[in-house]
Design a protein around this ligand. Structure first.
Ligand code: CP
Length: 313
């Protein structure tokens, strides 16, 4: 079994992505057969995390694997050991490495330059692929099918938005409408990649920098304004973001829509408490789905055909 890496959603074929999402959303999600028994999963987070780190740790344990956790100060990377050597050493001991760096994904690509240990991106600067898989799992669980869903994303075009754009466009007839503050939109690279995927699936992905001319949506989605708690160089950024808060008035424009948030949330900033804690919010189901989709990811990249996902080509 050759290890499979998930550093970007681009690493998954459409069938693999759809299969992981469907697996995560299955109503009966217990794995009594422990498909990862005897495997060892490393969890290396250089940045803070509540959901993703716990989701992958719990997922590995629920699948029967053992877990080794490394904090930001634990590895010789800090004293100058190369990424390549770190990956080579880890791959002799671990079956999978789940890592959050919040840096350039090239470092993860260096760790993945071997085929013994799977490398999973638990968030890099450009993309948060496992968040998108959890989001798609949530949509599949809530709506039955993802094809044709219309999502309004309000807020910064950060790594969560990027992954959503690269994931939702793999489903036929979906519409992702991004309304991002001026100067804080998707990168050109992500816009172009998402547009290419949309052209092939018949999806729509569109971005503009105001809240005018909105049609009907099934979901309103936002994220924290300060990704991983980092602030922005422009001292006036809050003024630019203020019109993009998700309020009850905004939700009232879409009476049938549910509300999603990748969390952590700052009530009173990107969303008001009445929306996040209200009856239309599925943000905490979405958080739980991080664990269910993490199980599907680990099955795909570590257990191979022991899981339900597609065999390697
Ligand atoms: N949504 C998300 O990635 O949460 P954490 O930062 O807590 O992992």
């Amino acid at each position: 079994m050759v290890a499979r890496h998930l550093i970007s959603l681009d690493d998954l074929s459409d069938d693999e992505l759809h299969d992981i999402v469907a697996r995560g959303a299955e109503p009966s999600r217990s794995r009594p057969d422990s498909p990862l028994a005897g495997k060892v999963v490393g969890i290396y987070f250089r940045k803070t995390s509540t959901r993703t780190r716990t989701a992958f740790s719990a997922a590995a344990l629920r699948l029967g694997a053992n877990v080794i956790a490394f904090g930001p100060d634990d590895l010789q990377l800090n004293t100058g050991e190369s990424s390549e050597d770190t990956g080579r050493v880890f791959s002799r001991m671990l079956d999978a490495l789940v890592a959050r760096t919040a840096d350039d994904p090239e470092e993860m690509r260096a760790w993945a330059d071997q085929d013994r240990m799977a490398v999973v991106n638990a968030m890099s600067a450009d993309e948060h692929p496992t968040q998108a898989l959890a989001d798609l799992t949530t949509l599949a669980g809530r709506f039955g099918e993802i094809e044709g869903l219309r999502i309004l994303y309000v807020g910064e075009g950060n790594n969560t938005a990027a992954a959503l754009a690269l994931g939702l466009t793999r489903y036929r007839g979906t519409h992702l409408e991004l309304r991002t503050p001026p100067g804080y939109g998707l990168t050109q690279d992500i816009r172009e990649r998402a547009a290419k995927l949309a052209a092939s699936s018949g999806a729509i992905v569109h971005e503009q920098h105001d809240l005018d001319d909105l049609s009907m949506f099934d979901v309103v989605y936002t994220t924290r304004w300060q990704t991983t708690g980092t602030t922005k160089p422009d001292p006036h950024w809050r003024t630019v973001f203020a019109p993009f808060q998700v309020t009850t008035e905004l939700m009232d424009r879409f009476p049938d829509a549910v509300f999603m948030h990748d969390l952590p949330a700052h009530r009173g900033e990107e969303v008001v408490a009445e929306v996040l804690d209200g009856p239309r919010s599925i943000a905490f189901d979405q958080a739980e789905n991080k664990m269910h989709s993490a199980m599907a990811v680990l099955e795909w990249c570590v257990a191979g055909n022991g899981g339900r996902c597609a065999a390697p080509a």
